[in-house]
Design a protein around this ligand. Structure first.
Ligand SMILES: Nc1ncnc2c1ncn2[C@@H]1O[C@H](COP(=O)(O)OP(=O)(O)OP(=O)(O)O)[C@@H](O)[C@H]1O
Ligand SMILES: [Mg+2]
Length: 227
């Protein structure tokens, strides 16, 4: 019996790690068996090409590596992680919680493709990662929608204003802006669950966002009853 996979997606600094952690704590306290994964898998040598890309080794602009090449760097890292760490758990029916997934290639690589070809790229990516590489498809994808100025501020706080800690995606405001548009396209086309992190001009607390997510999960998979 295949497991279930929940992907948590969003632009840089949108709170993916924060929400993944809260969700995992809720699952643990309900004694639900799950495995947490996160991408890129920086601990593993399989992320070497991703690290080189984000470090600017192939060029300082995200566009210096085309969408297909960059997507492949991320996809093979996922393949390695799947085969080494979580295929067994998934195959026996466990729940997998992913902080970023194949879905990140849509958010961050789609802006490099001409708009008329976005549908074509989306089909290519799904075929490549899910069919050709055989990676599991998420049952549910959350998209944390955080306004640009808020995520920028959260990231600056995290890096204590040290710009040099930012990677080539994070440094590039116009790229982040373009990613927002591609994320909206992917979210709509693939029916991701959009979570608005700012409501009436106020940044919601991590707990408020978490509650909305768990309610949606509960509705989708009542068996987990995590709310
Ligand atoms: N709702 C929130 N309210 C206030 N601060 C938040 C909220 N969500 C996240 N943060 C803070 O914002 C920063 C970025 O959050 P986090 O690391 O979870 O984002 P991320 O999406 O995983 O980032 P990255 O894309 O860089 O991996 C962290 O310092 C986190 O504590
Ligand atoms: Mg993170």
């Amino acid at each position: 019996m295949a497991g279930k996979l929940i992907a948590i997606e969003g632009l840089d600094g949108s709170g993916k790690e924060t929400q993944t952690k809260l969700l995992c704590e809720a699952l643990s306290s309900r004694k639900i068996v799950f495995q947490k994964i996160s991408f890129p898998d920086y601990e593993s040598p399989s992320s070497s090409l991703v690290k080189m890309y984000l470090n600017g080794d192939f060029g300082n602009q995200p566009g210096d590596v085309n969408a297909y090449a960059a997507s492949s760097f991320y996809a093979v890292d996922r393949f390695a992680s799947y085969r080494r760490y979580w295929k067994k758990a998934y195959d026996r029916g466990d729940l997998i919680i992913a902080d970023r997934y194949t879905t990140s290639n849509l958010v961050f690589q789609l802006p490099k493709v001409e708009k008329e070809k976005w549908g074509e790229f989306l089909k290519w990516l799904e075929d490549y990662e899910y069919e050709k590489l055989g990676l599991p498809k998420p049952n549910l994808t959350f998209y944390l929608e955080m306004p640009e100025e808020v995520s920028e501020q959260l990231l600056n706080e995290r890096y204590h204003g040290d710009e040099s800690q930012k990677d080539i995606h994070e440094k590039d405001c116009s790229f982040q802006h373009a990613c927002r548009e591609s994320a909206a396209f992917a979210a709509q086309t693939l029916q991701w669950q959009i979570i608005h992190c700012v409501e009436n001009g106020r940044l919601r607390t991590p707990e408020e966002i978490h509650r909305e997510m768990t309610q949606k999960i509960d509705k989708e998979f009542s068996a987990y009853a995590i709310v």
